[in-house]
Design a protein around this ligand. Structure first.
Ligand SMILES: Nc1ncnc2c1ncn2[C@@H]1O[C@H](COP(=O)(O)OP(=O)(O)OP(=O)(O)O)[C@@H](O)[C@H]1O
Ligand SMILES: [Mg+2]
Length: 395
């Protein structure tokens, strides 16, 4: 039945105007929240531990003017020295504790056909972990859902201009990546943000004319070519991909040295991993020339102690044993809460729940990241042997 006077065009126009207002309010709220959110402060003992020296050494160098005077906060009657990750990295550089830098930039992608397995969470945590150690990281968000981008306080579609995602560097000119790189509150981390319109990039790439292909190079290698323009500025490029194997993900695979595949030990995820490997195998034989992947690792995530989980973990071990990382990430509320607040475990100052839960979560995350970094070091060392003259010193 037709309702007289119902004007869909008018209704939709009103809704879209209200929606725009809502988004702009949301942006103000999110950006204010992000501005207020600082990197956490640590005491001198923790700062010394991260740098790898004694707290007395830091005190002496501050006294001698090698390090800048520390920030302090008052705790009762005492003035306590505090340091955040950016200050810790600056101190590390001034203390010359980072003289040797990797000879090359390692590119890692987090990839899986399945959604919700922890791709974005682990991409973010690995980057924060590496930045904490003083490495320079570029994060590339290739997922139109833009979860990673919002973790850095940017609102897709509002605070990112149409030409500021990776799209134009894949469809128009690889140099355009320079325009899309944004600084973040971490001095060591830059970000190429994503937004919903990136969905069209997949489609646009496939529409490309033959002369585009000649000008821009083979389809799957567009991202690689764009990253080549900036790779010498970073030690690590970490790419987050959508839960699909379209052109964006294929470009990420073709740009990667290492594929990290988070996998949860449940039936559907195991089934989808079979699909994933079948598709990757086809892609790899079709585009063999374009690939540079040297390592594929599976990371078991969101594990718990339920009997089915244990059985599935045993099965996964049996099937993929040699690819599985030794460390795994258990299901933990601390991670859920932190990412719900658009932060990583490394960015929260005080545990949201029990301290023990927090410490367990951070220990597990550190172990996973340390293991991934061991693999990264293997690639760095191999590059050093290949090109001994190109070892870079200093930032
Ligand atoms: N180990 C964990 N413990 C608890 N929650 C987790 C864990 N890992 C991820 N999560 C939560 O699961 C949700 C999905 O994680 P995440 O966004 O990292 O997955 P994803 O693979 O990137 O998903 P998508 O494919 O949709 O991009 C998030 O809310 C995150 O907080
Ligand atoms: Mg994601």
């Amino acid at each position: 039945m037709l309702i007289s006077g119902f004007d869909l065009a008018q209704l939709a126009e009103n809704a879209s105007q209200r929606g725009r207002q809502l988004l702009s309010d949301l942006q103000t709220y999110l950006e204010r929240d992000y501005d207020q959110r600082c990197l956490p402060d640590f005491g001198i003992e923790k700062a010394a531990e991260i740098i790898g020296c004694t707290s007395q050494h830091i005190r002496d160098k501050e006294g001698g003017g090698i390090l800048p005077p520390p920030r302090t906060t008052r705790v009762g009657a005492l003035e306590r020295r505090v340091y955040n990750y950016n200050e810790i990295n600056q101190a590390r550089r001034l203390l010359k504790r980072d003289t040797s830098h990797p000879a090359s930039c390692v590119r890692i992608i987090f990839s899986n056909l399945k959604g919700g397995v922890g791709k974005t969470s682990h991409a973010l945590h690995l980057s924060h972990y590496a930045a904490r150690e003083g490495f320079r990281v570029l994060m590339v968000d290739l997922d139109p859902q833009a979860t990673l981008t919002t973790a850095f306080g940017l609102v897709p579609g509002l605070s990112i201009r149409a030409d500021e995602d990776i799209g134009p560097s894949l469809t128009a000119n690889p140099e355009l990546i320079l325009r899309s790189i944004q600084r973040t509150r971490w001095n060591e981390i830059d970000l190429v943000p994503a937004q919903l319109s990136l969905q069209y990039t997949d489609w646009q790439m496939l529409q490309a004319h033959e002369n585009d292909r000649q000008r821009l190079g083979p389809l799957p290698q567009r991202l690689h070519q764009a990253l080549e323009r900036v790779a010498d500025r970073y030690d690590l490029i970490v790419m987050d991909t959508p839960p699909a194997l379209g052109m964006l993900s294929l470009n990420a695979i073709a740009a990667a040295d290492m594929i990290l595949m988070p996998i949860t030990p449940n039936f559907y995820d195991i089934a989808s991993s079979v699909q994933y490997f079948a598709i990757v195998s086809q892609l790899a034989s079709t585009y063999a020339q374009a690939l540079r992947v040297r390592q594929l690792s599976l990371l078991m995530t969101r594990t718990d102690s339920a009997p089915e989980t244990r059985t599935n973990m045993t099965l996964l071990n049996k099937a993929y044993g040699e690819f599985l990382l030794t460390n795994r990430m258990p299901q933990t509320r601390e991670l859920q809460r932190a990412t719900g607040d658009q932060m990583s475990l490394y960015e929260i100052e005080a545990p949201r729940g029990a301290r023990e839960t927090y410490l367990k979560a951070i220990d597990a995350m550190n172990a996973v990241n340390a293991e991934i970094m061991q693999h990264v070091w293997q690639v760095w060392r191999a590059a050093e042997i290949d090109q001994p003259m190109e070892i870079r010193h200093g930032h």
